[in-house]
Design a protein around this ligand. Structure first.
Ligand code: HXC
Length: 257
């Protein structure tokens, strides 16, 4: 399938989605969000894919929601359309998604990276929420996810001042899992994704769901939730295979069910 705003390919059980609106620094318009959801639907449905990577260009992961598309909209329309609600589906995916971020990840671009399960950043990456300068606020979960990722002090500062975090500071603050040299970003992210995709898919999906739950519910409930999913994996082929392989001192042959 061809997309106008994305490049999509599958390499060794990894679905790679490259945002591709270079003329607008990958600004997220409705078409891009719709195509991103279509691509994610297809990659999630593909049994040959176990992990996803979303990346952008060397200059911009994404420079925000598309300001030109939003500028003339009025309140009743944007409310009726539930504008940008479609983006919520990105965070609700089952398969693990890594964001590989180089250059600008601003506004909605930063929020898109935050909706992924973890972020690998090039040393060129810049994260920021500049919406206040446009007379608006983040609208795809930025105030919520940034506060959970960084704590109130830094999240409040970034939202109110628009200051950009460079990659090193973003890693120190806990927004980014690793910082990599720009030239190695994609290859090393794909390497991590291949590693995840080679493991048991049901177990990987449940880890994702459990860690995400930790942000939503209390500890006792979260531990119970994790325990039930842990128990359920004993109904899978991959649990038998993984543990028998360990005992037999051989490599496991996961079948992802
Ligand atoms: C639409 C954008 C854009 C955006 C860049 N462009 N960002 N178009 N929406 N968010 C376009 C520019 O208009 C320009 O088009 C082309 O991309 C290249 O950008 P330049 O500004 O010429 O590049 P540069 O001088 O290198 O500056 C890069 C930049 C700057 C610092 C990233 O582009 C910038 O500040 N962009 C806006 C960042 C921003 O405010 N993001 C938050 C958006 S609001 P032309 O046609 O002139 O060549 C948001 C809300 C989320 O995200 C909530 C949604 C519900």
């Amino acid at each position: 399938m061809n997309y106008e705003t994305l490049l999509v390919e599958v390499r060794e059980r990894v679905g790679l989605i490259t945002l591709n609106r270079p003329q607008a620094l990958n600004a997220l318009n409705s078409q891009l969000i719709a195509e991103l959801n279509q691509a994610l639907d297809r990659l999630e449905a593909d049994p040959e894919v176990g992990c996803l990577v979303i990346t952008g260009s060397a200059k911009a992961f994404a420079a925000g929601a598309d300001i030109k598309e939003m500028a003339d909209k009025g309140f009743p329309q944007i409310y009726l359309d539930d504008f940008f609600a479609a983006a919520d589906r990105i965070a609700a995916r089952r398969k693990p998604i890594i964001a590989a971020v180089a250059g600008y990840a601003l506004g909605g671009g930063c929020e898109l990276a935050l909706m992924c399960d973890f972020i690998y950043a090039a040393d060129t990456a810049r994260f920021g929420l500049p919406e206040l300068s446009l007379g608006v606020i983040p609208g795809i979960g930025g105030t919520q996810r940034l506060t959970r990722a960084l704590g109130k002090a830094k999240a409040m500062e970034l939202c109110l001042t628009g200051r950009q975090l460079h990659a090193e500071e973003a890693e120190r603050a806990g927004l980014v899992a690793r910082v990599l040299p720009a030239a190695e970003l994609l290859e090393r992210t794909l390497e991590a994704a291949r590693g995840i995709a080679g493991k048991s898919l049901p177990a990987a999906m449940m880890i994702k769901e459990c860690v995400n739950r930790a942000e939503e519910i209390g500890l006792a409930e979260g531990v119970r939730f994790e325990r039930r999913l842990f128990h359920s994996l004993f109904a899978s082929h991959d649990q038998k295979e993984g543990m028998q392989a360990f005992v037999a001192k051989r490599a496991p042959n996961f079948r992802h069910h």
